[in-house]
Design a protein around this ligand. Structure first.
Ligand code: NAP
Length: 306
């Protein structure tokens, strides 16, 4: 059955990834948008979710692409209206918000899908399968990108609740939590917050999974080559995931790159969840970020301007 979809928050990721994935998928019909400033040609636009729900669109589901602060109210309004909901990452601004949404969706009998797009990168599933019977000795995340290049003018990202460097860093944590057989626990963290800003521009995390040490080095000020890399040392050699999970290198092999189909795969999964009457809400990556804010040593660093 065709899913009549509303898209909320028409910004970078909605245009770059959601729209092409929705338009290429014949299970979906994009029937309305809700965004304060933006509209799409040929699609009825509203300034907010309430107006979109009040419009005569016979909506079945919404996909929410706004920043995390404010996401809970938008998603709760959609669930209230009996709509299935797909959430961009991070799924909410706080762990209690996403837990409450999961409870509410269950009570209302609608699907809630908290997406982690990086988990759909081509190398992640094969990496998880390969690691499942290995002894993990250590694992490292190096997630270093240039905020000015990838998030131009997104002031919200360095506001309180914007996640700062954890906005991309949570993608690495989502992969790590999915591929390591044992749970990831945080021991210590350090976060660097630019003077006058509310969220970190760099962070390190010391974690463990079973008896393996797991580290994360996150930086938003990386110019030159960018790195979205994960390394897992095992008793059978070292596995490397690079380019955000799309390139996988196993010990003794050449790096293997496959086509990036992260967002088409997310929309396929959303349709399958709706058809099966199920939800998929894994809050572990968000919990790790929240834990980092709980235990971190904080440093104030130089002011940052875009
Ligand atoms: P963005 O370019 O700033 O777009 C977000 C849109 O949400 C804005 O254009 C804005 O449209 C709307 N919005 C509603 N309330 C807002 C508020 N309080 N502050 C700012 N914008 C608000 O951000 P984005 O890069 O698309 O990121 C949105 C979400 O997608 C984030 O959670 C991010 O982590 C995730 N994501 C981003 C990327 C990426 O590469 N950029 C990749 C994967 C996931 P109106 O002004 O019209 O309301």
């Amino acid at each position: 059955m065709m899913i009549r979809l509303g898209l909320v928050g028409i910004g970078k990721i909605a245009r770059d990834q959601h729209l092409p994935a929705i338009r290429a998928d014949d299970r979906y019909e994009l029937v309305a948008t809700a965004s304060r400033h933006a509209q799409l040609d040929g699609v009825p636009g509203h300034v907010d979710i309430a107006a979109m729900i009040a419009g005569d669109h016979r909506l079945g589901a919404v996909s929410i692409c706004t920043p995390p602060v404010g996401r809970h109210a938008i998603a709760a309004a959609a669930i209230d209206a009996g709509l299935h909901v797909m959430l961009e990452k991070p799924p909410a601004a706080t762990t209690t918000e996403i837990s409450a949404l999961a409870d509410y969706a269950r009570a209302r009998g609608v699907t809630l899908f908290a997406t982690w797009h990086s988990r759909e990168a081509a190398g992640v599933g094969p990496a998880r399968d390969w690691l499942s019977d290995k002894r993990i000795r250590a694992a490292h995340i190096r997630w270093k990108e240039d905020i000015r290049r990838w998030h131009p003018g997104q002031e919200w990202i360095l506001d309180a609740g914007g996640f700062g460097v954890f906005d991309p860093g949570i993608n690495a944590l989502s992969i790590m939590a999915a591929i390591l057989p044992a749970p990831l626990l945080l021991d210590a963290a350090q976060i660097d917050i630019p003077e006058g800003r509310g969220s970190p521009i760099a962070a390190t995390m010391a974690m463990r999974s079973g008896d393996a040490e797991v580290t994360a080095d996150l930086d938003f000020l990386q110019t030159g080559p960018q790195s979205w890399d994960i390394e897992v040392e095992t008793d059978a050699g070292t596995l490397r995931l690079s380019m955000g999970g799309s390139v996988l290198e196993l010990p003794g092999g050449e790096p293997v790159t496959r086509e990036d189909r992260e967002y088409p795969r997310l929309y396929t999964r959303f349709a399958e969840l709706i058809a099966a009457g199920k939800s998929d809400v894994d809050i572990r990556p968000l919990q790790l970020v929240a834990d980092a804010f709980l235990v971190a040593e904080r440093r104030t660093v130089a002011p940052f301007q875009f």
